[in-house]
Design a protein around this ligand. Sequence first.
Ligand code: NAD
Length: 272
Amino acid sequence: MNNPRVAINGAAGRMGRQLLLALAEHPSCELGAAAEYAGHASVGHQVALLEPAYADRSDARDVIDALPPVVDQFDVCVDFTRPDVTLAMMSALAGTDKSFVVGTTGFDANGVAQLEQVAKEHAVVFAPNFSVGVTLTLGLLEAAAASLGDDYDVEIIEAHHRNKVDAPSGTALRMGQSVAKALNRDLDACAVYGRQGITGVRDHKTIGFETVRAGDIIGDHTVLFAGQGERIEITHRATDRMTFARGAIRAAHWVSSQPPGLYDMTHVIGLG
Ligand code: NAD
């Protein structure tokens, strides 16, 4: 699709506002709708109040509290909200021809199964991290783990701002999956989340996760491979949420011309 019209669900959020700006910057996407929950202060007001770039744009609209009534005004819905909100939105749009970009994190196994079900009828890009740098880092991690094998202990340390509500981050878990896959391990069986008290010696086939929540950190991830006499650390640091927003809008443009299926950012940037 040449100029897909994009709905932003959760438009007033930290990511929502950045998505509005990234959309305004994109040369061949336009805003189709901006939604928040019923009762949010922005509903009924011009989207330019959330993102000033819309002050003189022809695709500026009022923020609405439900997408189904404007279903003919957008092609793709980009959602960075909460798992229950994402699934309710998808359920409300079932039976339409809409595509989805889901950046929301914190889905449980049941939630992921519901996303997979939706992807049988719709094109869905679902990624815990839309930055191109993290997407490339996942490939580096697989290569490192495959070369280093079981002789190196793997620990994943992530840091985010104080308002993040889920832990460990979706990106840390995705990094863990890349490492576990390369080491022929099942992440569910080998993951250890935090440590306290008399833990005993480290089982060398575990993958450890440590979480930091502090201040305004946008998103830091380090994967540590520690062997005898040396350590390798692969680190990604996000310094601006626009990196996620630009990636998500790139995904929205890409997914608008894809058949139903579940995709991630590797497909969007041509690595998948
Ligand atoms: P946020 O709390 O600032 O924003 C969420 C927004 O959703 C809020 O404005 C809220 O009012 C809105 N919302 C709540 N209920 C709604 C409803 N029923 N309908 C429409 N909107 C509704 O959070 P955030 O920091 O923007 O993060 C949102 C999600 O995105 C989190 O899960 C976070 O982990 C994830 N995230 C993902 C990436 C990525 O690259 N995939 C990057 C950053 C954040």
